[in-house]
Ligand binder design. Sequence first.
Ligand code: PLP
Length: 384
Amino acid sequence: MISLAKPFFDEKEKEAVSRVLDSGWIMQGKQVSDFETSIAKQCGSKYCIAVTSGTAALHICFMALGIRQGDGIIIPSFAWPSAANIAHLLGAKPIFVDSKTSDYNLNVDLLENIIQQSKSEGIRVKAILPVHQFGAPCDISKVLEIATNYNLKVIEDSACALGTKINGRQAGTFGLAGIFSFHPRKIITTGEGGAIITDSTEFAEKCRALRNHGNLKSAGLNYRMTDIQAAIGLVQLSKLKTILSKRKYIIETYSEILDGQDSITLPEYLSNSEHSENFEIAIQTLMVLLDKEIDRDNIISGMAESRIETNIGSPAAHQLPLFAIPSDTCPAATVLQKQGLALPLYAAMTKEEARKVAETLMDLITPKIYQEPQTAELETCLVE
Ligand SMILES: Cc1ncc(COP(=O)(O)O)c(C=O)c1O
């Protein structure tokens, strides 16, 4: 079976875990603080706070911002709904913004209108949560410009984007804070896990307190990462360069076969080299867009019959029953949700496996061309 994702482990992770188990100290300790130091260094940020998941990181960030009932947070609809769920749980309103079908990132041209409209409805808009979707950098400079004009905080959801750089700077380091996920489908994994990065001493202190039951003045949570997870994370981080280059090789193999094919569209950063001049893009999920005539469920089951796991790319949060937005306010996100297909992508994948995936997909989507009957057959038909 070619699965969607597979962690890139070897003996080193096993040895690191064994050492922690043998030490008798498995809760948050030296491994976690070493992991935090390494992530901060890798990202070029002052502080890193390791937590139990990307969702926990978002929860802590929103609480540290003081998000509460009646506040609004601008969130792209086409993204994993963690941020929208957390906003909802805190009594705030997720205000959904549409994305672009070209790179699946939020459409910054819509931001100002949405902010103004939400304010006119009496919502206290507090923050923007740009997502670097699937690892591709969003237009963070425009987001920051608008956020400054409207006095909004920016928390970057860079859950998928460890290794993605914008003009040489790690995604997640532009706003007040950024978050990562270390779920097994992400660039590096700790089993489950997450982290917050920030340059703000005050924000980092709030996050640290919230991770560990709060302080005497405010309540907190237990979102502490264990030393077992951090030991895996440290080994994974030491392999980051290898992981990124192996994944890039697989993406190039996919592009060679799929770029320019009818009925399928690749994200523009794969087929347009100009787009990627100022970026290093660490793609976490390779999602392609199928033409609307194609039945994606049939493709997913056809691929499964060939022992290849594929899936939808992401839900569009504004379409989820929980948020039940009556009209389709984010039509591009709806298209991405309906027609996006995520392909297997992991560091240990071979070129042959990537070729098999791409060729099986093409076989399934290429319409069976009507064969003109040969003249002799035609004559027979006419006689009969
Ligand atoms: C963009 C984005 N944000 C947040 C998360 C949540 O991360 P976690 O699964 O570690 O809670 C994910 C996970 O898929 C994600 O893709």
